[in-house]
Design a protein around this ligand. Structure first.
Ligand code: SF4
Ligand code: SF4
Length: 349
């Protein structure tokens, strides 16, 4: 974990400053070496331009000034960038930095990943054949399992990140149990798809009947079982409040959250454009973001997004539930055991 003591004060200050976007995701590249059935990134590879290293660093400075505390670097596969070591090192000086990998690159980029706070390896099931089918690449399961083991042995904070879908939902509790018993934290994505919007920031979620969750009762059971499992086992990185929101959503279609896109969180794409979420149109260049954050135009956009019910991507639900100072304190309460464990690990390493 990079420089935790030196950045913790600055992070605390940002977490305690109101009306700031605490969370940001930077989709650093559209390049990807996988062919996931749930994803449109690899199907749309026309627009492969990317920002330079210096531009990314400048953008990170702007996000920090804006108040962002927690940053996710993803794509595409961000580890395909040649300069990813420099980007992770710089980002992790200022942000709680999570880097996503599909399992194919982490071992090769292990030195770069030593600077990240968390590394999330996406893996959907313990069934090798099914996983490779879902990822569209033979050998994906073996590489991901190898990456998890190697990173854990090297003392890097690695977690496994399954996308819960129709294809794996009935095994998600066994999957979780397996990894937490091996000392690997689990954090979840939820299969969702993009309702096409003209000029959306970044196309990701592909609609698929094979993946769409229709057994709502089974999802409610999963939420209940995860709450139960959390009582006994830390290392499950989803809060009870998020599980409760999901439970309501699947039980009766009600949302217990209002979307805080462009308020509690924002997205940046590979070209440095900013949007409330990846489904919305880019609204400003990252390099002009500080000038417009408090503008009436942004206030209008926030209002519009807060009424939006177009998606239920799990990360956006989480960001929306945790976008104020009191709710941020709720994360600390919910994840107290994991925080204690992480701090113990920091001292140990
Ligand atoms: S889901 Fe991630 S790993 Fe899979 S194709 Fe899309 S960007 Fe690549
Ligand atoms: S609900 Fe929020 S995150 Fe989802 S599409 Fe609407 S504005 Fe975007």
């Amino acid at each position: 974990m990079a420089q935790l003591p030196s950045k913790s004060l600055s992070l605390l200050k940002r977490f305690l400053t109101p009306n700031k976007p605490y969370h940001a995701q930077w989709l650093l590249t559209r390049r990807c070496n996988y062919r996931c059935r749930s994803c449109d990134v690899w199907r749309e590879q026309e627009d492969l331009k990317e920002l330079s290293t210096d531009q990314v660093k400048l953008g990170l400075d702007i996000l920090r000034k804006l108040g962002v505390a927690e940053l996710v670097l993803s794509g595409g596969n961000p580890l395909l960038r040649d300069d990813i070591d420099e980007i992770i090192e710089y980002a992790s000086r200022f942000f709680i930095t999570t880097v996503y990998d599909n399992g194919s690159m982490a071992v090769r980029k292990i030195d770069a990943l030593r600077n990240a706070d968390f590394v999330a390896i996406s893996l959907d099931t313990l069934d090798e054949k099914k996983n490779d089918y879902m990822k569209g690449v033979p050998g994906a399961w073996r590489k991901a399992m190898q990456a998890i083991q190697t990173l854990q042995e090297e003392g890097i904070f690695v977690g496994v990140s399954p996308t819960i879908s129709r294809l794996n939902m009935h095994e998600i509790i066994d999957f979780t149990t397996y990894f937490i018993h091996h000392g690997i934290p689990v954090w979840y994505c939820l299969y969702w798809y993009d309702c096409p919007i003209k000029n959306q920031l970044f196309t990701i979620g592909k609609k698929s009947n094979e993946l769409e969750i229709t057994d709502r009762k089974a999802m409610v059971d999963i939420c209940d079982k995860l709450v139960e499992l959390k009582r006994e086992h830390p290392r499950i990185f989803i809060t009870n409040k998020t599980l409760s929101a999901l439970r309501h959503f699947f039980l009766n279609g009600q949302r217990t959250w209002k979307c805080t896109a462009l308020q509690g969180f924002l997205m940046v794409d590979h070209l440095g454009r900013v949007a409330g979420c990846h489904l919305r149109k880019p609204v400003v260049s990252l390099f002009e973001l500080l000038d417009v954050w408090d503008s009436p135009r942004f206030e209008r956009l926030r209002k519009e997004y807060s009424e939006c019910t177009r998606c239920a991507y799990l990360c956006y639900i989480f960001y929306s539930l945790y976008s104020t100072i009191p709710t941020n304190m709720g994360i600390i309460r919910d994840q107290r055991k994991n925080i204690e464990w992480l701090l113990t690990e920091v001292v140990r390493t």
